[in-house]
Design a protein. Structure first.
Ligand SMILES: CC(C)(COP(=O)(O)OP(=O)(O)OC[C@H]1O[C@@H](n2cnc3c(N)ncnc32)[C@H](O)[C@@H]1OP(=O)(O)O)[C@@H](O)C(=O)NCCC(=O)NCCS
Length: 175
């Protein structure tokens, strides 16, 4: 890749390119309906794209959620992807880190993700988050349910995660 890659919040004009990126990055998992609904919802959704020239080469979403009891706010990270042609150039990491920096606006200190601990561990995510996800995650995926506290504490918290409608689809959690 010769062109510089910039990060910016996505716009409506990006939606089609973002969907194309997901179809290619996740050929065995259809995340397009989730991404489409989150991008339409907009409120409580942070969506960043990585752009190289005219091409969208990466994307990440953070969704604002709450934990019950108590109702405090936290962020759910995902999905995340980069185009095959630009992988291992730090674009995925830049998207994750740029998103984390934006989260102060939500006054949340905690971020959760369901993903490969080998990847998310590099950002400080810790495995086996005890906050209950919307559906019980199979034991062999338990380490993939991770948390990161932006204040540096290692206290994982307790309670039950309450997600907005796009995240309530069962197959996003246990398939
Ligand atoms: C995961 C993904 C977003 C990383 O994007 P990227 O732009 O290559 O990210 P970075 O350049 O910051 O990081 C690349 C590193 O992550 C590693 N990596 C990628 N996927 C990984 C995974 N599932 N588990 C562990 N490490 C992984 C790469 O081997 C590479 O390692 P290196 O730094 O030692 O070379 C990209 O590979 C992708 O879109 N994958 C398909 C979709 C996906 O699985 N997304 C969710 C991740 S759980």
């Amino acid at each position: 890749m010769t062109e510089e890659t910039d990060l910016r919040p996505s716009t409506e004009a990006d939606i089609q390119s973002i969907e194309t990126l997901y179809r290619s990055a996740f050929p065995e998992e259809d995340l397009v309906p989730l991404v489409r609904q989150l991008l339409r919802a907009r409120d409580g959704v942070l969506s960043l794209v990585a752009v190289s020239g005219d091409d969208i080469v990466g994307h990440v979403i953070y969704t604002r959620c709450t934990v019950e009891p108590g109702g405090h706010t936290l962020a759910l990270l995902g999905p995340l992807c980069s185009a095959r042609s630009v992988r291992k150039q730090g674009i995925g990491s830049r998207l994750v880190r740029a998103g984390l920096e934006h989260l102060a606006a939500w006054q949340t200190v905690q971020v959760l993700v369901l993903g490969d601990p080998e990847y998310y561990g590099r950002f400080g995510f810790m495995p086996r988050c005890p906050i209950a996800p919307p559906y019980e995650i199979p034991e062999d995926w338990a380490a993939a349910w991770q948390f990161l506290n932006l204040d540096g504490s290692k206290v994982p918290g307790t309670g039950r995660l309450v997600v907005p409608p796009p995240w309530q689809e069962r197959t996003l959690w246990i398939d």
